[in-house]
Design a protein around this ligand. Structure first.
Ligand code: G3P
Ligand code: MG
Length: 244
């Protein structure tokens, strides 16, 4: 399955312009002309997929404790915006469903990063994949990715038709075999471990390489010029690309 990805992808929804993993972030990305976004999806204590990066609530909300121990009702009371700026006060922790619907309304392509808490890898992969399949039914699908091979395996079993990307920090020697085994159609790696050799190997295998997190405009331009399929960036205010 060949995939089309926008060359620029707003990291954690709206990058530096909005609180991460929020609906305000999606609006910020669209407002900057971005056509693609990446966000992190985890299960709440009730098993509902929600957008959040950390396993604990403290850094990006006014709540305390673990996401996996927090009910939907408790999550709904949290403020996920004030930490970033007073103008975002009251911004909710979005459900995956709400974020997905907004992506569709704004015409945003999505890379849905499945971010399971420890012990919930398979359940998270399965639930996120099933929800994504339902929401994007009949539409060009999002790209699912994860650092967790268990989550990717479960996503593949639940919704084999949805494209998946292998997400790594440093690509292991057997990354291509892992992609083939899990039916992954893209490789996502850290900027720190990008190399022309890796790009050449990925291109030879027909696997688009996506690189995170690239916040220097010149670096982004150079990577895209070299043949990287997409870069994830926080600097949606600085990095633009007519072809994105
Ligand atoms: O999916 C790319 C990137 O988001 C992975 O790192 O920690 O920002 O989710 P992180
Ligand atoms: Mg992420």
């Amino acid at each position: 399955m060949a995939i089309q990805v926008p060359r620029l992808v707003a990291h954690r929804c709206g990058g530096a312009l909005a609180p991460e993993n929020t609906l305000a972030g999606l609006r910020a990305a669209a407002g900057c002309g971005y056509r693609g976004v990446e966000f992190d999806v985890m299960l709440s204590g009730d098993g509902t997929p929600v957008l959040i990066h950390d396993e604990s609530l403290e850094r990006t909300t006014n709540g305390h404790g673990r996401v996996a121990d927090t009910s939907d009702a408790e999550l709904a009371r949290l403020d996920a915006g004030s930490w970033h700026g007073a103008q975002f006060a009251g911004e909710p922790v979005p459900s995956f469903g709400d974020a997905a619907e907004l992506c569709l309304a704004l015409g945003l392509w999505a890379n849905v990063e499945i971010k399971p808490t420890r012990g919930h890898e398979s359940e998270t992969g399965r639930k996120v994949a099933l929800a994504a399949r339902e929401i994007w039914s009949g539409m060009p699908p999002p790209l699912l990715s994860s650092f967790s091979l268990e989550a990717l395996t479960a996503a593949c079993e639940a919704a084999p038709d949805l494209p998946r990307g292998l997400l790594v920090v440093a690509p292991p020697a057997d990354w291509l075999a892992t992609c083939r085994r899990l039916g992954c159609v893209s490789l996502h790696c850290s900027r720190r471990y990008f190399s022309p050799q890796l790009l050449g190997d990925a291109q030879a295998a027909g696997i688009p390489l996506l690189v995170y997190t690239v916040n220097d405009p010149q670096d982004a331009a150079q990577l895209l010029h070299q043949g990287v399929a997409a870069v994830f960036t926080d600097r949606i205010d600085l990095i633009h690309d007519r072809a994105a």
